[in-house]
Design a protein around this ligand. Structure first.
Ligand SMILES: [Fe+2]
Length: 280
């Protein structure tokens, strides 16, 4: 059954840690996943130099299929003219031409949506109705029994240990839409702190929704870890079996060294086919 490695917030540029990157590559080789998901913030300031370094790093991951999505730091925040004219120009040149994408493994369908909002809520991101409709169509086409995974950089739930913190505008409506698509798992970053919970645990009234597992990865290769992961690095390993989805957070402590498995949480798989409201 498929194994995914989900990492985020590489932040090439000043906060990038070559030691953490080396440890991440070692962990990746030892897990040898079927797919690597990188959920945004490849760079710190969206500079060409940073993008070139990120590109070189991605070349080193060429043995694995890759799913990528941009983050708010991949848009030039301070170079206003560039932000207005071609906000993801460098991203499209160096990381991926496509901004929204669909990837199918044998038993998993992964839809990645670009949640950057260069003209509006830059920090908090956004997903448009058009993107959600596109994702819904891709999930409708997914073969029966496929785990449905959505990747998007910005968080659809708050962090547990710092705030007040903004969540993507319209997150309740978005989660309802994702429940309607029978999405099983959302993978994202932005928080710089690993955090896994379900939509029902986090949102009052969410019991009416189909349960969606929301899994956020910390920063895999930078010094920008926050709260419980201040100065540390993390990524998530996702193991998909017929009965459950297992998520293991791999942590590299602020003292450095290797990534080590920190904790595993498992969620029973829910059936598809009009079972909105199922699961606990
Ligand atoms: Fe970030």
């Amino acid at each position: 059954m498929p194994v995914l490695v989900h990492a985020s917030d590489l932040h090439f540029g000043k906060p990038f840690s070559p030691e953490a990157a080396e440890a991440f590559l070692e962990a990746l080789s030892s897990i040898s996943p079927d797919l690597v998901v990188l959920s945004g913030d490849f760079t710190q300031r969206a500079k060409v130099r940073e993008y070139r370094q990120a590109r070189a790093f991605l070349e080193g991951l060429a043995s694995w299929p890759l799913v990528v999505t941009p983050g708010n730091h991949d848009v030039p925040l301070y170079r206003v003219w560039e932000r207005l004219r071609a906000p993801l120009g460098h991203y499209r040149r160096y990381i991926s031409e496509a901004l929204d994408s669909v990837t199918r493994l044998e038993e998993v369908t992964v839809v990645a949506l670009n949640s950057t909002d260069p003209y509006g809520a830059i920090v908090n991101g956004r997903l448009t109705d058009r993107q959600l409709a596109w994702a819904a169509a891709r999930f409708r086409e997914a073969p029966m029994g496929h785990l449905r995974v959505l990747v998007t950089h910005h968080n659809l739930m708050p962090a547990p240990d710092f705030g007040p913190y903004q969540v993507m505008p319209g997150h309740t409506r978005i989660l309802e839409a994702l429940a309607g698509m029978e999405v099983d798992l959302v993978l994202g970053g932005h928080l710089h702190r690993g955090w896994v919970a379900t939509s029902r645990q986090v949102f009052p009234g969410g019991a009416a929704l189909r349960r969606i597992v929301l899994a956020y990865a910390g920063t895999a290769t930078s010094f920008r870890g926050r709260a419980a992961e201040a100065g540390a690095n993390s990524f998530n390993e996702v193991r998909v079996t017929p009965g459950q989805v297992e998520i293991t957070r791999h942590l590299r402590s602020r003292q450095g060294g290797d990534f080590r498995p920190e904790c595993t949480v498992a969620f029973p798989r829910l059936p598809h086919g009009g079972t909105v409201g199922g699961g606990g």
